[in-house]
Design a protein around this ligand. Structure first.
Ligand code: GUN
Length: 353
């Protein structure tokens, strides 16, 4: 019988580490990681997810901001809100919950997010970073899968990994992450000819097809590692709630054959939000902590408009910084609306992660 990968326990461990690091970051550099979660509309499942993300962020000691917008919100308004958060010094991570209402193009909205704050890892810059093995944020569910494998001591390098499902959120990014960790990777999908035969080759089999209990016992090699990413409610009269949760894997058939299994519920699920916290913490570590107005005064910086210390939202001229020249007028500390935030990032522009 397989050993169960306990996602709840691992998530608890990682979240405790994140919380400790957030406290240290606050003590040493005065930065509190900040996460903004935006939900447009009333989708009940999305509301639950957003609530959980917000709660997890608060429990980790993060600043957590929730934006619940009506379903009629226009694409332009949503982009305005995202742009405002891009410039906000207290927000290091922005997440726009998907799916969005039909009249809003998710690609346009995602591309509005500053890639450094794209803690979902959906921005093309981050996807490009994943493709080329360069720094950037990684999509949360695949990142959670890798963390589960690593923390269970399961080797990835040199092993044959088969992923069932080719979604942009799970299948494709996970394939690249496993490839970057030197696995031999195959992606299966609805048009794969002999799915069972391909799946049986897997040392690590990831089920992310979105189809309840589709991975059966005869699709699994003896001793394989199974990661179930699916989650479905199916009717069950024996339960008080009238339903039970299952994954993409038929647990009872598969568990006796494999060496490890990440089940549903309690496997990958708790790790997705944990990855979101990890990405937000990482983003906040690389954020520039702004000097206080007192520092500005001590350095003799003043507001161009008032010629006084920078109290109000007025245009100011900033002196050059080590490694950077700032010659264009920017906005003052109290509005943060201009380029000044990005210009104060480290000179390389991209934090190393
Ligand atoms: N909807 C379902 N999964 C996700 C996710 O990982 N991120 C976002 N933003 N929306 C989702």
């Amino acid at each position: 019988m397989a050993e169960v990968i306990d996602g709840n326990r691992i998530a608890r461990e990682v979240r405790a580490e994140i919380r400790a690091q957030a406290i240290e970051l606050k003590a040493k550099r005065g930065i509190t990681p900040g996460l903004a979660v935006i939900l447009v509309g009333e989708d009940p499942a999305s509301k639950i997810y957003v609530g959980r993300k917000e709660k997890a962020a608060a429990e980790a000691g993060f600043l957590s901001r929730e934006f619940l917008l009506p379903a009629e919100t226009t694409e332009d308004r949503l982009r305005e809100i995202v742009a405002g958060l891009n410039s906000s010094p207290e927000i290091h991570g922005i997440l726009v919950q998907l799916p969005l209402p039909k009249h809003i193009n998710p690609d346009v909205v995602i591309e509005t997010i500053d890639p450094r704050k794209d803690v979902d890892g959906f921005h093309p810059v981050n996807i490009g970073g994943l493709f080329t093995g360069r720094p950037g944020h990684r999509a949360c569910t695949p990142l959670g899968v890798i963390e589960l494998l690593d923390r269970s001591g399961i080797a990835i390098e040199g092993r044959e990994a088969v992923i069932v499902g080719r979604s942009n959120i799970v299948g494709k990014p996970l394939a690249l992450m496993l490839l970057n960790r030197h696995a031999t990777v195959t992606i299966c999908h609805t048009r794969t000819r002999d799915l069972a035969a391909v799946a049986r080759r897997a040392d690590i089999l990831v089920a992310a097809a979105g189809k309840a209990e589709m991975v059966r016992g005869d699709m699994v090699k003896e001793g394989a590692v199974i990661v179930d990413v699916g989650i479905h409610r199916i009717p069950d009269a024996s339960k008080k709630s009238g339903f039970r949760l299952v994954g993409d894997v038929k647990f009872d058939e598969v568990a006796p054959k494999c060496s490890w299994i990440a089940p549903v519920p309690g496997g990958v699920g708790p790790m997705t939000i944990t990855s979101l916290l990890l990405n937000t913490l990482k983003a906040s570590r690389h954020a520039f902590s702004p000097p206080s107005p007192l520092t500005w005064r001590a350095r003799g910086w003043s507001c161009v408009a008032t010629r006084g210390p920078m109290r109000a939202c007025k245009t100011i001229r900033l002196p050059s910084l080590p490694g950077q020249r700032i010659s264009t007028p920017s906005s003052c500390r109290w509005c943060w609306r201009s380029r000044w935030w990005t210009r104060w990032m480290r000179p390389c522009g991209w934090p190393t992660m």
